[in-house]
Write a protein that binds this ligand. Sequence first.
Ligand code: URA
Length: 213
Amino acid sequence: MGIDVWVPRNAPEPVEPVAQTNAQVSSDGMDWPELRDCVANCTRCELSESRTNTVFGVGNPEADWLIIGEAPGAEEDRRGEPFVGRAGQLLDQMLIAIGQSRESVFIANILKCRPPNNRDPKPAEAAACRAYLERQIELIQPKIVLAVGKIAAQNLLGTDDPVGRMRGRPHDLGGIPLVVTYHPAYLLRSPSQKNKSWSDLCLAARLVVGGDA
Ligand code: URA
């Protein structure tokens, strides 16, 4: 355009953009095998250094029900599968009670890697992992999301509310109804709360069939 661009004599040579680091890679548009591979090789946060296995999620890739928990525990980290410990056995029973199973639903977590000593996920870890879960939701297109426990619900809904205030009513997750209920590990410690979880499951089941509570 006839405009001179003045560059200081000692300016550094322009650098070609380097290949994207893993932290910048988007999961947009990935299919299941690509997403699975990306998660298996993920180094987006420091949990990749201590994990044994990533825990991608299991179940039906076209499920109506998407169950979302917190993060893998020791047994899940060892086996690479979510909810395989005692809490998982209770979750299985809860699923059977609503006519579902591990094979008919899809089960995932906020985090794909185990936080050391089962501590709560750090916000940065949840943020680093979020795109994977979002792509799973896009691919599955569930009719209902069931958030089990405080960590899952708070992360998905972007709130600090306790489960007691979030449960018992439908929420909206980008157009998908979301129901919050207690984490099965909590129900193992507080069995008197199981009736509330049962009513949350019934609410979720009504939303699946009727689209309305
Ligand atoms: N608790 C969770 O929230 N997720 C698991 O996968 C196991 C236990």
